[in-house]
Design a protein. Structure first.
Length: 172
């Protein structure tokens, strides 16, 4: 969400610079007023456009802020044949999940479905390797199910159950 603020601030500064240039340009007053009116209309339109884009899945090719992410957790996925693979990803250093769209690839869709089935059977999550890179390495799958966590060691000594003594709380 902070990216929206930074992008809008940059757009506002650029619009302000263009408005200043247009006011000081040797033009008629009518042209200057039209330029100022255009600037005044540009700012709410830019903010509305940026806010609208927040609700749409971002193509992975346009991800610049998190482009070096090595892995992401797939929270949800929707496959649209011959259109796109829509993903809801949780990135490691980003607190909120993000929506992305991968270009449609049949083998990638099959890989995702297989990883989802495996994750459901083992009650784990689906991970995505190098989410923003076009990897030519066919050996490593892009999607995989997390391995099940190891069971606790059996050689631990049993502990006595905890009990609550109300008299010990009162100090008597």
């Amino acid at each position: 969400m902070m990216e929206l603020t930074y992008l809008f601030a940059a757009a506002a500064v650029l619009a302000g610079a263009l408005a200043t240039i247009s006011v000081w340009a040797p033009r008629r007053l009518a042209v200057k007023l039209v330029a100022l009116g255009g600037t005044a209309l540009f700012l709410p339109m830019a903010y509305a456009g940026f806010a609208q884009l927040l609700a749409l899945p971002k193509p992975v090719a346009l991800e610049w802020w998190q482009a070096n992410a090595e892995e992401a957790t797939v929270l949800a996925a929707s496959l649209r044949e011959d259109e796109a693979i829509y993903l809801w990803l949780q990135l490691k250093d980003v607190p909120e999940p993000r929506a992305y769209a991968l270009p449609w690839q049949r083998d990638l869709a099959e890989q995702l479905q297989a990883a989802q089935r495996e994750a459901e059977e083992s009650q784990t999550q689906v991970q995505m390797r190098l989410p923003f890179e076009d990897s030519l390495d066919e050996l490593d799958p892009k999607f995989y199910a997390m391995p099940q966590p190891a069971l606790p060691a059996k050689d631990q000594a049993p502990q006595a159950p905890q009990t609550y003594d109300r008299r010990a709380q009162r100090g008597t």
